[in-house]
Design a protein. Structure first.
Length: 327
């Protein structure tokens, strides 16, 4: 089992229209999702503890995760049965170099806010967590809320054995200052819910997609499970490291194809090159191609350049990126 170290987008190769938009713009711009507003938990960042920080190699973002006291207590105890009322709030920042010391990256501006609120009864369909996603201005993105929530839950199922929560707590300084021994990190490591791949014939793929692929490809590895049923734009972007790892392992392209066959994210090794690329100085990676469907103004893609031939939002993008994995 290898761990993905880094993924960097090296630039767009081409942008091709592919499929009709299935998303619904009219859900964008609201201040409420699933009954939550960003200020439902007003000023959470100064009231709750920061429980962990993550750096995302796929998006190059910092993620700061705060937990209300109830959620934090359970997280630190290594418990996974989060009670009703537990809340996690995650803030994503884009980074920029500090001009006076450029190897030091600083969180520059908020990109989006995400909430997870436990209520087993109300949010039974999404494993007891109510999900909410807002842009930097506290407004919702396109997408019918229940469908987006299902997409959130589908990926958070990967962390089912941590109660649907990815975060593991970092040690709070408070332990040091109170002269207490820090508790050992309790991270549930089980991979029972690891996404599985199955072989699929290229003929089974939608025609528009086949036309974009190199002609000699015969089979692909298709990611199975709930992620196929519930997809939103973030899923297609974020799943690329998984797909890259599977593609390299199997030698075939790896795809996440939505159940109805309209939306996808596919990754395969770049052909006609030596395959090598350098990632951040000395680290060597492999050149991979990513093609995924896009939607205009969809979450996580505010900075993407779009080309639309028909004036609406049926798009896909093809990019080359450098993928680094641990042996
Ligand atoms: C493709 C996978 C994926 C999808 C889809 C996804 N998440 Fe997450 N989520 C993660 C990962 C991985 C983390 C760990 C922190 C990080 O890497 O940003 C996380 C962390 C979080 C956290 C902090 C608590 C925790 O689990 O660590 C919140 C809150 C959250 N996500 C909300 C959402 C919401 C709301 C949605 C849907 C709009 C969503 N997530 C969709 C993968 C996903």
């Amino acid at each position: 089992m290898f761990r993905i170290l880094a993924l960097a987008l090296l630039g767009s190769l081409a942008v091709t229209p592919v499929f009709a938009d299935t998303d619904d713009q009219r859900w964008a711009g609201n201040i409420e999702m699933n009954g939550f507003k960003l200020d439902t938990f007003e000023d959470f960042a100064s009231k709750w503890n920061l429980v962990t920080v993550r750096y995302r190699v796929d998006s190059g973002e910092f993620r700061f995760t705060y937990a209300n006291p109830l959620a934090e207590k359970h997280l630190r105890a290594g418990k996974t049965d989060y009670p009703d009322g537990a809340v996690f709030a995650k803030v994503s920042y884009v980074l920029s170099n500090d001009p006076i010391f450029t190897s030091s990256m600083t969180p520059e501006k908020v990109q989006r806010y995400q909430l997870m609120v436990k209520n087993k009864k109300k949010f039974g369909a999404t494993d007891g967590w109510g999900y909410a996603l807002f842009n930097a201005n506290g407004k919702t993105y396109p997408g019918e809320p229940q469908a987006v929530s299902m997409a959130c839950a589908a990926c958070h199922k990967i962390a089912a054995e941590r109660g649907g929560v990815f975060s593991s707590p970092i040690e709070p300084l408070r332990h040091y200052f109170n002269d207490k021994k820090p508790s050992a990190e309790k991270r549930v490591q089980s991979r029972a819910y690891a996404p599985k791949f199955e072989a699929m014939k290229v003929e089974q793929l939608p025609k528009d997609l086949r036309d974009l692929l190199p002609k000699d490809m015969k089979t692909v590895r298709s990611l199975q499970g709930d992620l196929r049923k519930n997809i939103f734009q973030g899923t297609l972007d974020e799943v690329r490291p998984f797909l890259a790892a599977e593609s390299l392992r199997s030698g075939a392209p790896a795809i996440l194809l939505s159940q109805e066959g309209l939306r996808f994210s596919i990754v395969y090794q770049a052909q006609g090159t030596t395959g090598g690329c350098s990632f951040g100085g000395d680290r060597k990676g492999l050149s991979m191609i990513s093609i995924l469907t896009l939607q205009k103004a969809s979450p996580f893609s505010e900075d993407t350049a779009y080309i639309s031939t028909d004036g609406d939002s049926s798009l896909s993008k093809k990019q080359e990126f450098c993928f680094v994995q641990e042996p």
